[in-house]
Write a protein that binds this ligand. Structure first.
Ligand code: NAD
Length: 360
């Protein structure tokens, strides 16, 4: 069976990297890559060739592969070129746009959306959302420090004492927790907001302060995700965010509610009153952002505050991000490739959740 690894059109990452070679062989898969697929992640075609993975054209790969993997979804035109009964694996985010399921259902292909894998202990090793969010949380802090004209740690020098940076983190999910850990390691004072009660202990264990807003809606039964809060709650939260933001130097915004627009937590008035030189990195930019002025994939300056809108920061560290992505894909393949062929057993909760369209 042939596994085809596509080159990404807009990303630096690649979905499967050369360290996976031995595991692919053990599963009885022969892998091929699209020419130059790993180039921007530090894996030129030769590094795949060393593991007997050859490079072919995109058109040939779509036609010949039994399993095709890409990070960005391919176009409908390309879906139509896939082999009948093949397996296509990508991140299609049907929770953001359910129409995507109808689109892919037109083709005689099995489609797996890796972002539909349940957030359970068993599925953790295949959880691409978590691996990418974790890297993005780390990178968000470094990005903020790049734009910040002061530094993070407290330092005593002969020329004077430098105060530590004050960092506010909105949302203590996977990205937020990694941002807390990174900011703390750099010596910042960190305050954190989240609506999920479970986040409190995790935040405290990382040495940050959890800012509680009373009366959050219950998230039990939401599969670990947050639920939407009432406007009344959000108003009280925004007021407290403003109070804390005026004393902060950096805000890392990661608050999201799956399948909905991100909650607006930093309003125009807050930004207009923040200290000039402050920096906001908004990882929720692609779903509308947590901050009033956020523009997705843009860095802007308002009232002297730099606002970075970027939901794709893992792509800035494409080597490690590709390797983690690849590990997640291989771990998934290990549950669906049996004796050299694909078996999509829907009795398996992980496969059932991720399989968004069947070939027949
Ligand atoms: P996410 O990206 O959907 O949201 C990020 C954070 O924003 C969440 O912590 C959410 O509670 C928070 N948030 C939402 N509205 C907010 C508001 N108004 N103010 C402040 N914060 C707000 O979340 P995620 O990182 O994908 O994680 C979702 C959950 O899944 C978490 O509980 C996480 O621990 C859990 N998880 C479990 C596993 C596992 O068990 N294998 C793996 C990954 C994640």
């Amino acid at each position: 069976m042939i596994l085809g690894i596509l080159k990404e059109q807009n990303f630096n990452r690649v979905s499967v990297t050369p360290p996976a070679t031995k595991k692919l062989e053990a599963m009885g898969l022969t892998a091929v890559i699209e020419f130059g697929a790993g180039e921007k992640a530090g894996y030129p075609d030769q590094s795949y060739a060393a593991g007997n993975i050859s490079a072919i054209s995109r058109a040939d790969l779509l036609k010949e592969a039994d399993i095709v993997v890409s990070i960005e979804p391919i176009s409908e035109q390309e879906m139509a070129q896939l082999k009948k009964d093949s397996l296509y694996i990508s991140l299609l985010a049907p929770y953001q746009d359910a129409e995507v399921i109808n689109k892919v259902a037109k083709y005689p292909v099995n489609v797996v959306s890796m972002d539909m894998i349940p957030r359970t202990t068993l599925a953790q090793s295949m959880d691409i959302l978590s691996s990418m969010a974790s890297l993005a949380g780390y990178k968000a802090v470094l990005k903020a420090s790049d734009h910040y004209n002061n530094m993070f740690p407290m330092m005593m020098t002969a020329a004077g004492t430098i105060a530590p940076a004050r960092v506010m983190i909105l949302g203590a999910g996977v990205a937020g927790l990694q941002a807390i850990a990174t900011a703390r390691k750099l010596g910042a004072i960190v305050e954190v907001f989240d609506t999920r009660a479970a986040a409190k202990e995790e935040v405290k264990s990382l040495g940050a302060t959890f800012v509680e807003v009373e009366g959050a809606s219950d998230d039990k039964g939401a599969g670990g995700y947050a639920v939407q809060q009432s406007e009344e709650y959000l108003n009280r939260q925004r007021a407290l965010v403003q109070e804390k933001a005026l004393k902060s130097n950096i805000i890392i915004a990661t608050a999201q509610v799956r399948g909905r627009k991100a909650p607006l937590l930093v309003n125009e008035d807050t930004i207009n009153n923040m200290k000039p030189g402050s920096v906001i990195v908004d990882l929720a930019a692609s779903t509308g952002g947590n901050c009033a002025f956020t523009e997705d994939n843009k860095t802007i300056i308002r009232n002297g505050v730099t606002i970075v809108g970027n939901s794709n920061l893992a792509d800035d560290i494409s080597g490690v991000a590709s390797n983690l992505f690849s590990n997640n894909i291989i771990n998934f393949l290990q549950i669906v490739v049996k004796e050299g062929s694909v078996k999509l057993d829907e009795g398996n909760e992980i496969i059932k959740s991720a399989l968004i369209s069947k070939a027949n």
